[in-house]
Design a protein around this ligand. Structure first.
Ligand code: SF4
Length: 296
């Protein structure tokens, strides 16, 4: 059973809207994340090495969100609410707790736009509410034409290969099912796309894997594809760098020396690797005619 906690705030105003996610606000219904991705940036001693065992439900999230959004709406401070930035809004426990669903009802009540970020098929359950938000949301003036939509629905992938997904994102919906849900979202009329964040060096950022990913997303009808390189932190047993290196040693021993070299003194891949990566992504986005941003 997850713990229930009381929080002081659930709607966080972003200091600066990010070019990728267009976040004016963030809302996280849960603390920690049962999907347990080894590369997750929320990792660290706060949650322990198994994120699934440290999940908490924000028990007072709904009345608090109602109060905070009412105040923003009174001042007409409309903007995209990213759901979620530090957990997945559609964890299995959402089936029982419905914090995300009830939050969307509040979002609809105050007519805010949302950007859903998920690795789960459970989002299908809320297509009815999301449809209404898409039609009724009040957009910030700069977004009235592009994207011109009250709902952005982004599915995250670090790979499209199910066995690889099982190693690095053990609790998430399989990538193949996620791809089907992306297709359903597009078929249902949503402005939906993909974040490839992070791609896994020498595993899912190879030319063969990238061609497979871009062509699959194109076929599914993705409106955008946002790729990024990996960042790994820390040397404690619960840190992303430790967990990733352990998984690489076990499942990809031939790559271990490369990963160790890259991340021994840095949280990021070397500059030459990153610039080659982003050049390649620009070229692929052009080749497949899928924008690499929601708003270019
Ligand atoms: S789904 Fe997102 S928040 Fe959850 S563990 Fe994976 S990267 Fe972290």
């Amino acid at each position: 059973m997850p713990r229930e906690i009381q929080v002081k705030s659930v709607l966080n105003k972003s200091k600066r809207r990010d070019d990728w996610f267009l976040d004016d606000y963030t809302f996280n219904p849960y603390s920690s994340c049962a999907f347990n991705c080894l590369y997750c940036y929320i990792r660290g001693s706060k949650y322990g090495s198994n994120l699934a065992t440290s999940i908490s439900v924000k028990a007072n999230a709904i009345p608090l969100l109602d109060k905070q959004l009412a105040s923003r709406a009174r001042k007409r401070e409309y903007g995209y609410i990213v759901i979620s930035s530090a957990t997945d809004p559609y964890l299995k426990i959402e089936k029982d707790y419905e914090v995300t669903r009830r939050a969307l009802e509040i979002v609809l009540k105050y007519r805010f736009p949302v950007h859903i970020l998920t690795k789960s098929d459970l989002v299908i359950r809320d297509f009815d509410l999301l449809k209404e938000i898409d039609e009724k949301a009040i957009l910030p003036s700069e977004f009235k034409d592009v994207p011109g939509r009250g709902v952005l629905l982004t599915f995250s992938f670090s790979t499209l290969d199910d066995p690889t997904g099982k190693i690095f994102e053990p609790g998430a919906t399989s990538p193949s099912l996620r791809l089907e849900v992306l297709e359903q979202a597009i078929g249902s009329g949503f402005h939906s796309g993909v974040s490839m964040m992070p791609l896994l060096p020498y595993i899912s950022d190879t030319t063969e894997s990238l061609d497979h990913m871009f062509s699959s997303f194109k076929e599914a009808g993705a409106r955008y594809v946002m790729p990024a390189t990996i960042t790994l932190f820390g040397s404690d047993k619960a840190d992303s760098r430790t967990l990733m290196l352990k998984a690489i040693a076990k499942h990809y021993p031939a790559l271990l020396s490369k990963y160790e070299k890259f991340f021994s003194n840095s949280v990021e891949l070397p500059a030459y690797y990153r610039s080659a990566f982003y050049r390649k992504m620009k070229a692929m986005s052009t080749e497949y005619a899928i924008p690499d941003r929601i708003v270019n």
